[in-house]
Design a protein around this ligand. Sequence first.
Ligand SMILES: *[C@@H]1O[C@H](CO)[C@@H](O)[C@H](O)[C@H]1NC(C)=O
Ligand SMILES: *[C@@H]1O[C@H](CO)[C@@H](O)[C@H](O)[C@H]1NC(C)=O
Ligand SMILES: *[C@@H]1O[C@H](CO)[C@@H](O)[C@H](O)[C@H]1NC(C)=O
Length: 886
Amino acid sequence: MSVTAAASGFVVLLLTVPVVLSQSGWSVTYDALESKICAPRGSTVTIHCNYAYPLRHTPNRAVSESFWFIKDSIGVYVDLRTDPQYSGRVLYDCEKEEKKCTLIISDVRQSDSAEYKFRFTTNQPADSWTGSPGVTLSVADFQVQVRSSNQYSSHKELMCQSSCPLPHTLTYVWYNNQREIQRGPSPSYSSRFYYGDIVSCAVKDNERSRSPPMLVQSQNGWGVSYASTEICAFRGSTVDINCTYTYPGKLNNKARSFWFVKDPNVDLTTDPKYSGRVEYTCEDNKCCLRISDLRQSDSAEYKFRFITNQPADSWTGSPGVTLSVKDPQLQVHVRRSMNIQISNWTELTCHSSCQLPHHLSYVWYNKHNQVKGGKKYFLLEHVEAADSYYCAIKGHEHIRSASVCAPEVPVVSSPSGEIMEGSSVTLTCSSDAQPAANYTWYKKNEREEFQLLLEGTRFVFSSIQSSDSGVYHCTAENELGRNSTDIIIAVKYAPRSPSVSVSPTGEIVEGSSVSLTCSSDANPAANCTWYRNHTRIGEPKNIHHFTAISSGDRGVYHCKCENKHGRNSTSKSIDVLYAPKLPSVSVSPSGEIVEGSSVNLTCSSDANPAANCTWYRNHTRIGEPKNIHHFTAISSGDRGVYHCKCENQYGHNSIMKSLDVLYAPKLPSVSVSPNGEIVEGSSVNLTCSSDANPPADYTWYKENEDSPKASEQIFNIADVRAEHGGNYLCAAQNIRGRHNSTVRLTVKAVSLGAWKSAVILITSGVFLGIILLFTFFLIRKMRTSKQSSQPGDRSDNSEKFPSNQSEEQRDFHSATVHFLKNQTDPIYSNIRPVGASGHEEDDDDDDEEEEDEVAYATVTFKSSDPRVQDTGEDPATLYSTVTKNF
Ligand SMILES: *[C@@H]1O[C@H](CO)[C@@H](O)[C@H](O)[C@H]1NC(C)=O
Ligand SMILES: *[C@@H]1O[C@H](CO)[C@@H](O)[C@H](O)[C@H]1NC(C)=O
Ligand SMILES: *[C@@H]1O[C@H](CO)[C@@H](O)[C@H](O)[C@H]1NC(C)=O
């Protein structure tokens, strides 16, 4: 409520004699009439004060805090603003500069009746002051009273009576049967009343707080007015039921008056049920009934009846007063207040369902021991967990409230057995507590902190998930304390999609050690197994280990995890990096490679990552570093060996490929051996050769003759005749083609004389040769029998000789040259002396000379004649040359 709102309501204005409380400069002055205020229930009360403190010695002194209070205990003051009883009804309007402070209490209640004090604290140590005594507030209730009545008429004067003296400035409002009948400054109301009129009163601006309605019973001066028409009292207590009555005539005309319940002729004092418990306590026109030691059965409508001394003159105040005797249903109401100055305060109030008289005293108990007596409320600074408070009314200690206590350790009910994921789960928290506890659910997070979930006794998972697993915490709390309990929720669930890790991470190189690890979140824990191509690998364990991984281990692996609630699987593709394998080479087109065709040499190698393949020939890279080498038109020169080398960052590998190219014979080269003119009767070789792949077949033709003369590379004419002369054509041919060349053979006719000389010479030569051979073999046989093992093998020597000239050989050459000086025909002489003398002289020489002689016989012609043309290594060719010289 704001100050403005309070101003528009009923405000008690107090024009007063100041109350000054002072001590050496310290003071609090309340603007209150005799320190007492009477205010109607429901109105707004303002209490002003001014205060002062000395500054002479401490000019820095200033107010640090100030507040109003009514309750204090052992030096602890409860600021009204923190008192739950005044919650929302208290405002301060304070000004430190002017050193004044106003307390505004709105909607005052009976329970606000108390002494209000102002207290302030300064910035100096232990500097505080309380304005004591304070201002006592009494909250007024109204009651309609009959002031006077004319016994012969229905005219009455009623007073709106307050329970404390109110200011005279108020405006009174009167109601008859709930309808306003008068409004004015006078608290009295005079009018004619009729049977059944029910009157109540209030003050202006506070019309809600009316007096209890009073039945003004009146007929020709007869009437009974009850102070209240409904009274609540508790068992064992004493109740007063009051009324006033009027009748025409004088009071002393009254013969008898009494109270009754049902039978109007039975005076309560004579009723055995009320024996000793009923008393009439008033005189004159007041009628008062006091019933003590009330019982439940005393609940009834009580009526007052009076009888005059005139015949048949009686009157009953009807309807009467309804008394309800019930258990006071004492309850301890607990309220927490926060006193910012000190600590938490707990206020216990002994509450009754009956409106109990204010003068009652109360007794407080903790754990059945009396701890405090007197007031209706009880302030506690600390409440222990085991504390258990209750209250009773003094003198009626058997009527006690239920105990209030802090919550016990809560009990959490949860489903028994396993909690399956997806199911509906309700957790219920309960704890014995008085007053009833408020429940709060928390869940522990990863940082071990409790996070608020909700407030309430039940926590419901409509579809529980594994992520809901964890520690839950329920607190039960009431105004006296709190207690809590933990519960662990474990949800059972099938494996989640497994997660796969490869160790080591990064690239997998062939030969390295690799582990595949599979794991899956599951409860209970899942068994994970690795599969490849639907075949389990390894034991049912979650790690598959490759000691040395190979390229063949590349591929897709599956890990399957299962527990009794289900299964789940994940696949993992494993790539293995490796150096190129042995390359494979393909030649395109396949089959034979023909000169001039377009050919691709392709090289490839299994490698990861893909290899770069390069072709080499004779250690020289050919083409770009690419795996295809292209011949636009392959030539015979491209035949040969090629290498392909493939490499990636993990290594290299290479392969050899030999390439064959087929081609037609090149233009054949033809030669005649011996060359020049061929002497009739001699032997001649026509030689044809052509480069070809495959090697060519040769065919010899003679000019103007159709049939081939020969089909060998060397066409030998053993006995040359004149008719052999002419042009010869050699055709070289293979599957790829044919080529021919021509050579001319010139034959020279021989004269008879010369021919005879030749025959003699040859015959002599042959004869000499035979003798020489005979002699040679004879000597050799003798030597072999004499010495079987000589260093150097003769046959070897004879073969090596042409290419391995020794000292002796050179000597022999000079000797030969010397010998040849005396001869006209060197070749001819050269042959002849060998047989005639040269050899015989040497015959007596040592064994080495014998060997030279053998070599001479075989080879001499080769190098001794400077005219001999070296047309080849064939000794026959040499011979042909010699023959030509005849
Ligand atoms: C290859 O090299 C060798 C010697 O280095 C050489 O004799 C040969 O002719 C070369 N072959 C080709 C086809 O280049
Ligand atoms: C020899 O070659 C020529 C030119 O190619 C050809 O005309 C001739 O017929 C050939 N002769 C034979 C016998 O093959
Ligand atoms: C001709 O060739 C054959 C075989 O190669 C050979 O034995 C012979 O001595 C040669 N004849 C001539 C005169 O060159």
